[in-house]
Design a protein around this ligand. Sequence first.
Ligand SMILES: O=C(O)CCC(=O)C(=O)O
Ligand SMILES: [Fe+2]
Length: 212
Amino acid sequence: MEQLSFFEHDENDLSVLADVLDYLPAMFTKAVGDHYLAHFIKSVPWQQRSVLMYGKEVMTPRLTAWYGDVDADYSISGSNATPLPWTDELLEIREKVITQSGFNFNTVLLNYYRDGNDSVSWHDDQDNIPGRNQIVASVSFGQERMFDIRQKKNHAVKYSIPLPNGSYLLMKGRFQDDWQHRIDKSKHQMKPRINLTFRISNTRIISSNLSP
Ligand SMILES: O=C(O)CCC(=O)C(=O)O
Ligand SMILES: [Fe+2]
């Protein structure tokens, strides 16, 4: 599969990102993307989680679910969670992602953004293993949303990358060390979107970035 680059088409110097992101706008066709979107919306046992923010419980503005190797012992923001066992569809998608990236992911976080009010605020995916290059592969189905990134040391250095139905984005190298990312809310009408982030749990402990 040819690795298309969104960097080439921009006037700005986005070359710094080439070391930390790989992007395929259409790893899946629209028909396949639509199929997975409908399938996951109806078959996943979605949960709305809460996080502690300044001592207060805040509901995350999106729905989530974890899947992965069942022998793993995961801990999500302090509370233990056993991942749901892989489904045929998730294994199919994981296979493509492993072939494309060369990384052997053993867990996946699903996020369901029901409309433009759903979002994830600025965070990184250090997954509790600071100092180690964290590899995360992201696959999106349904509504295109903007993936905003900003440099940790200078928030003015920002980019927005559209993640259309069927797209793939690999976060690699120093991405999680040097950059934060978010999916912002939108005032425009937004249809449902599902995002899958494949991750590697070596320590068998994953702390999810449950940003509000
Ligand atoms: O929905 C997305 O594209 C990003 C999700 C995300 O950042 C996360 O789950 O850590
Ligand atoms: Fe993230």
